[in-house]
Design a protein around this ligand. Structure first.
Ligand SMILES: Nc1nc2c(ncn2[C@@H]2O[C@H](COP(=O)(O)OP(=O)(O)OP(=O)(O)O)[C@@H](O)[C@H]2O)c(=O)[nH]1
Ligand SMILES: [K+]
Ligand SMILES: [Mg+2]
Length: 374
């Protein structure tokens, strides 16, 4: 039998030969599903657990701390360690030779009252996900981050960018995408029930759904598409275990560029030009990191005192947290004594508003908890 890589090459060739049209859509769907399965076998061995599962490759053993975790990923010698030292004050050795850093070095950056854990990581190169160098360990660790900073040398950013994106992709990381809005319910019987809540314009239909599910040996399931998605996104949902993580591109060493060169880079989305060495533009970098970490600052106000603006309680902002979540963050049993809360700020209809525990908070609200009498 040919090697997995040879089978992958074969399928990729066949996909390239296959013209894209309605008639070949099902065939392409099958090929894509086969490809996804082979890729995860390549990463995890035959019968493979999907990329990123616990045994698929272990990350560095660094305890999570702080309010969120940001990882530095990039080619060797792009300046990751220099950046860690500049951002967090934790010294990570930096030098002009490649692979100076051989393990994961954590540091903490304080910004707007939040404690952001930053991880310096060894450099990665092409083939990292398949096990070149410490690549798998690096990318497994990147999977545990809330935000990945892809650090690039401003002098050769675009070729490196593509390679790193591919490595992250083949490890099941989907960057700057949200999880597709698809509901999958696996059933004991009843075949495939396929429903589109919105018109599908990117290749999905009942037949493609069926061939993909067949490849993954799913014969009975209800599938509801609530968003216009591609076949690849559908395969992601069925294979599972994808990590959807925001990425910010950091172009380091801009001190070595001309203004004209810098202007060309300026067109890219999600990117920040910096010089770690000269500490140029770090304020913007921190602001961009903050924007992607989805955190809220809630200030506490003890009765009769002014709010404590230096030490906000940091909450994750997805779906806007409730007053109850705020209480739980302060103390496990606080909610048992909760009577009501006074809330000032953007979430309040008047200043202050008397709120129950279901009230949803917004960034920079001020909250005073009133306990039950007795
Ligand atoms: N000109 C310039 N050089 C920089 C800058 N940042 C880092 N360097 C230099 O680039 C070299 C590599 O820096 P490191 O911080 O070791 O890079 P790294 O990405 O951690 O490297 P590995 O750990 O080997 O992957 C060192 O000689 C740094 O002094 C910068 O902003 N401008
Ligand atoms: K280096
Ligand atoms: Mg380093």
């Amino acid at each position: 039998m040919s090697t997995i890589q040879a089978q992958i090459d074969e399928i990729e060739k066949e996909m390239a030969r296959t013209q894209k049209n309605k008639a070949t859509n099902y065939h392409l769907g099958t090929l894509k599903a086969k490809l996804a399965k082979l890729r995860s076998e390549l990463l995890n061995g035959p019968g493979g657990k999907s990329a990123g599962s616990k045994d698929a490759g272990r990350g560095f053993d660094v305890t999570k701390s702080g309010d969120t975790r940001v990882g530095l990923v990039g080619f060797p010698s792009v300046g990751k360690s220099t950046l860690l030292t500049t951002l967090t004050g934790t010294r990570s050795e930096a030098a002009a030779y490649e692979f100076t850093t051989l393990t994961c070095i954590p540091g903490t950056m304080k910004y707007k009252g939040a404690r952001i854990q930053v991880l310096d990581l060894p450099g990665i190169i092409e083939g990292a996900a398949e096990g070149k160098g410490r690549g798998r360990q690096v990318i497994s660790t990147a999977r545990t981050c809330n935000l990945i900073l892809v650090v690039l040398d401003a002098a050769k950013p675009l070729t490196h960018k593509k390679i790193i994106e591919n490595e992250l992709f083949s490890f099941g990381i989907r960057i700057n995408q949200s999880p597709p809005n698809v509901k999958v319910t696996r059933n004991e019987g009843g075949g495939i029930d396929y429903q589109e809540m919105v018109p599908q314009t990117k290749g999905m239909n009942a037949e493609v759904c069926r061939v993909v599910l067949k490849e993954f040996k799913v014969s009975c399931a209800q599938i509801i598409l609530r968003e216009d998605i591609t076949v690849d996104q559908f395969i992601d949902v069925i294979e599972g275990n994808r990590a959807y993580i925001p990425v910010l591109y950091v172009f380091n060493k801009i001190d070595s560029l001309t203004i004209e060169e810098l202007d060309i880079l300026d067109q890219m989305p999600n990117y920040v030009p910096i010089s770690s060495q000269h500490e140029w533009n770090l304020e913007e970098l921190m602001e961009e990191i903050w924007d992607r970490c989805n955190m809220l600052r809630i200030y506490t106000k003890p009765k009769g005192q002014i709010p404590d603006y230096d030490e906000p309680v940091i909450l994750h902002s997805e779906g806007n947290p409730t007053v109850e979540e705020f209480c739980n963050r302060i103390h496990r049993t606080l909610i048992d004594q909760f009577s009501h809360a006074w809330v000032w700020g953007r979430s309040a209809k008047h200043q202050p508003q008397r709120c129950g525990k279901e009230h949803r908070l917004m960034d920079e609200d001020v909250v005073q908890i009133v306990k039950k009498a007795g």
